[in-house]
Design a protein around this ligand. Structure first.
Ligand SMILES: [Zn+2]
Length: 85
């Protein structure tokens, strides 16, 4: 028992900490990616809402033709028709 405690106290945690910080760094990287994705999505949605205000929601920004209802249902914030996606 005493030997076990001693062993625990004496063992360096460096490897564990090193692994943890690597894990944290990886998670932070993932979070950054996720945050960037969400920001892009938010931009798209805000743009779609602005188009709604302007009365041009659902029309392709490249050719101006109406984006299909199916496509809008799948991607409500899309800015382009299927041809210009
Ligand atoms: Zn188009």
């Amino acid at each position: 028992m005493a030997g076990l405690l001693q062993g625990t106290g004496a063992s360096p945690d460096f490897d564990d900490n090193f692994a943890d910080s690597g894990q944290v760094a990886a998670e932070q990287g993932e979070n950054k990616l996720l945050a960037a994705e969400l920001r892009n999505e938010l931009d798209e949605v805000e743009r779609a809402l602005a188009k709604l205000d302007e009365g041009v929601y659902g029309s392709c920004e490249t050719c101006g033709t109406p984006v299909g209802a199916d496509r809008l249902e799948a991607m409500p914030a899309t800015r382009f028709c299927i041809d210009h996606a």
